[in-house]
Design a protein. Sequence first.
Length: 473
Amino acid sequence: MKNAADMFKAEVTRRTLVKGGATGTVAVALGALASRQASAVQLPYGDDYGPLAPVNDTTTGLPLLRLPQGFTYSTYGWRGQPMGDGQPTPSAHDGMGVVAAKVNQIALVRNHEQSGSGITFRAPADYDSLNNNRGGTTTILFDATAGKFLTSYASISGTRTNCAGGITPWGSWLTCEETTSITNGVRHGYVFEVPGFGRATGRPLKQLGRFSHEAAAVDTGTGFVYLTEDATPSTLYKFEASVYGDLEAPGKLYGLKIKGVDNFNFSGLNGVYVDHAIGTTWDVEWVEVTDVDGVNGRVYDSAPGCASFARGEGIWEDGGKFYFVSTSGGVARRGQVFSYDPRRETLTIIFNSTGAGTGDTECDMPDNISVSPRGGILLLEDGGSSVLRLRGLNQQGKTFVFAENNINLTAADLGAADLALKANGGVVANIPPRSYTNQEFAGGTFYGKWLFFNIQTPGITFAVTGPWDNGSL
């Protein structure tokens, strides 16, 4: 173990971003700059965009979010809302990514973390619906110029507990099953590929392992896939594809190991949760997984000496590095964020939440993670707070609140949403009136001036835009 940096700002470097216009050129680096250059525009609030206030949804008129001044949003794909293929939108909105674009039209693929319950739907690509597996994905088309949701449709079905996933450089979404269940002899716990435009095959990518998958991220240079597992203990996995862009071709699966140290405990091994100094860097190596399909137990156990994390969840590639979350990591069990550099084969801890669990101080169990086109890091909370939040991670390794869940629906609200969405009663029939402010954010993904995300329950997709240059996202 080596202390390559004693602060987060000495490790993470945001890619340089040139901004034109009357304000001049701004070069912004996350961690590389202790302060903004003299030529930079003066921000009105600093990193955090200023105070939050309720903002009405332009689609339904309801104040579903608390946001900084100047930000607006629309909603789409409410649970039960009819899709373009005539089927109702499934529930349990989770991971999501902007997968592909055609001129101004972009394709988002959205996971639905349904298992044996929830809204029934079928896609042309179907893995195991006959055994009452109701998970899968829906694809949403959005006009990024007009700022308008266009349509949606089922893109894969018959999977189970589709939690998160990840985008690929070749225009597809990797949807991950967070389970190892077997239904009438059919094994689950796999990754499936869904193109942004075109039809999925519905075939599992078995080489990527059978475990409680959470998320995936692809190295644009090598095509290697990095995978997290929502379990304690778990490790970070790497799938080395033999053919770039073909995840059905032969390949090898590995688990991360601290170089020269067996079973290193980042948090949660044998029930022991630990903190590590921010900026600490470790050299890493990889050990081959010998039981990829988990025939003899957990895949994790067949990667001898691998490092352990507490609930590996979101992962995102940016600038050649991979940022991933340990949702229950640290002594406070409130979450950690790590940065893996595959070129140097190093791992660095860049954030450790030591909050008592209120969610008001640092972060309440970050789940999904995303990086904006401007290089800002976004954490999506999934903790036990009464109000959950979207948080930015600033240049000093501190968090700030960007958005709060403000969903508190009355019967009248749902009736108004029904009329606005033209859902013929579907929204009211499927969404009980109550407060949903403690329900998790998921599926954060940026495209240009747009931030898309879901609130899993009651199941709504959001598109947010505004003055991003006023802060660090």
